[in-house]
Structures are given as C-alpha cells and as structure tokens.
Design a protein around this ligand. Structure first.
Ligand SMILES: Nc1ncnc2c1ncn2[C@@H]1O[C@H](COP(=O)(O)OP(=O)(O)OP(=O)(O)O)[C@@H](O)[C@H]1O
Length: 284
C-alpha cells in the first residue's frame, strides 16, 4: 500500500499500523491520513479492530508502523485524547474530580491543578449539561450519565485530536444528539479533529466527513459516507443483508430480511406448511 502524502493541513498520518494479540494479527497494515478539523467515522462489525486501532493510536496497545502528527513528529501526551469504550470509574471520586483527570497531561511539576484547569473542567461539565452532577460520586451515575462524564473527561484534555470509542452507546436519542452536536461544534470552532468508532451507521454517516470501514482488521473502504455505505459492501462486511435509504437528506441503514420465507401470493415452502408440533411431538 502506498504511503499517503502528508499535506500541511494534516492532523495525523497513520502508516502501516499493525497490532497482534498473542501472535494473531488483529489490525493489518492500516494507512490513514486525517485532515485537521475532519470527523472520521470508524465503522465495522464487532471484533473488526475499531477499538484496537484507537488504542494503538494512544499507545495503549503495542503496535508497529507509525503515527505522526501534521508536523511530522510523534504525538505527545496532550495531542490525542481517547474516550475509551468501557472505562473503569474509580470508587470514591466525584464527577468533577474525575473530569479533572483529563487535565493530568497538562499539569506542571507540582502536579497540582490550577484555577484554569478547574475552569476547563467546570466549563465542559456545563456544556454537557452536567453542572449539577459535579459533586456526585461517579459510581452513583446511571450508564448514560457516566458515559457523558467520560466524554467530559476526554474533552477536558483539550487535545487537538479526539478519539471516541462508541461515545453514545448508552445514551438516549436526545443526549446522543446533544453530545455529538457539542463535539461537532468544538470541531468547527476550534478545529478539533475527531475519530469516532460507532455502530449506528446512519449516525456515523450524519456526522462524519469520511467513513473508514474495517473488516477483520483491514480497511475495506475509506471515503464519503454515500460511497462507503453501499448495500452490497456493507452486507458483505457485516454478513447480513442491509438496505440503505435516504430520509430527510440523511442515510439510514436498516437490516433486510435474510430471505423472505413467504410473501403473499408466493408459493409456500413445505417447511412453512408443516404444522407446529405439540409439546409431546417435539424432537430433541
Ligand atoms: N487484549 C486482547 N487480547 C486478545 N485479543 C484481543 C484483545 N483485545 C481485543 N482482542 C481481539 O482483537 C479483535 C479486535 O477487537 P476490537 O475490540 O478492536 O474490535 P472492535 O471492532 O472494537 O469490536 P466491538 O465493535 O465489539 O467493540 C477481536 O477479535 C478481539 O477479540
């Protein structure tokens, strides 16, 4: 695979990134270049390598290949911020203390948060509608509240590149839109670059400039959502037929029946005519 050219507006260049667990390669030679301010949606079935790719970018798993910032150097501790899929919430910590952990990489040698760090944390909490939760123990939050607090911690890091691993999986539709709109606002206002692994293909298409589709550790397609969300490609990669529709100008992906068992007017198969067995006729 050819090396993508690093343009001056690149936020990140990933070249030949590979990860193996116990000798089995689960991420195979990934090449991607992210433009500054771009939103890249990472999609693919369970186990296709989305989290592994995000974790490799921040050095949480051992990888080979290279990850470079736009200036050609390796990312430092404040350059990439990852919101993990299932973070552990520390017992005994309040919401604001947890969000302040996002400032860790910015702390000076005294390791003390400044008033400016606390301002960032409270501002992020306010923007996510979590101000009233600041003093609550993190372990007492609902799943959706906890997910927003974890996003708040990632945003408090104020990194130019934000990596989100299924950021809205626990959120109701209202909070889903609220969180994604806030991230979108930040990227337009501050030039934030976003990589978000998402299972809802319609939502991914709605917010992403480009989608990267992973299939068993390899990139099957990268491009504009309408080019990647092709019925035959998505059906093949996900192993289930899908239909892609356009609704109010947005793409919607819905599962299709694997094969119609019976439609009115069509011949009924023998299997369909067979009477349902009574309990004593059940075969083991
Ligand atoms: N720590 C680990 N040790 C061994 N194998 C792992 C480990 N973490 C992930 N894997 C394997 O690597 C592959 C990719 O997993 P990964 O979590 O990156 O997939 P994913 O696309 O994020 O999946 P999902 O959509 O289910 O979250 C899977 O086969 C998974 O079982």
């Amino acid at each position: 695979m050819s090396i993508p050219t690093l343009t001056p507006s690149s936020a990140l260049r990933i070249h030949d990134l590979r990860v193996a667990y116990d000798g089995t390669e689960v991420l195979r030679g990934t090449d991607l270049e992210l433009r500054t301010g771009e939103w890249l949606g990472l999609i693919g079935p369970n186990g296709s390598g989305k989290s592994t790719l995000l974790r490799a970018l921040v050095g949480l798993v051992r990888s080979t290949g290279s990850v470079e910032l736009g200036n050609g150097g390796p990312p430092g501790p404040t350059d990439l911020s990852l919101m993990p899929q299932s973070p552990e919430l520390p017992p005994g910590m309040t919401v604001v203390e947890y969000v302040l952990l996002g400032r860790t990489a910015h702390l000076g040698w005294l390791r003390q948060e400044s008033a400016a760090d606390r301002r960032v944390a409270t501002d992020v909490l306010r923007r996510l509608g979590l101000a009233s939760f600041a003093g609550r123990p993190v372990l007492q939050l609902s799943g959706g509240e906890a997910q927003r607090v974890v996003i708040a911690r990632a945003l408090a890091q104020q990194s130019p590149v934000l990596l989100l691993d299924e950021p809205t999986s626990a959120l109701d539709v209202g909070h889903q839109v609220e969180v994604l709109e806030l991230v979108d606002e930040l990227r337009h206002e501050d030039g934030l670059t976003v990589v978000a692994a998402m299972h809802d293909l319609g939502i991914a298409a709605r917010y992403s400039d480009r989608l990267a589709l992973l299939d068993r550790g390899s990139l099957a397609a990268v491009g504009a959502p309408c080019d990647v969300l092709q019925e035959d490609l998505v059906s093949r990669v996900y192993g289930h037929p899908v239909r892609v529709h356009e609704l109010d100008g947005h793409l919607v992906v819905v599962p299709a029946p694997r094969a119609a068992r019976h439609t009115p007017g069509s011949p009924v198969s023998l299997a369909d005519r067979r009477p349902t067995p009574t309990p004593d006729q059940e075969v083991s």
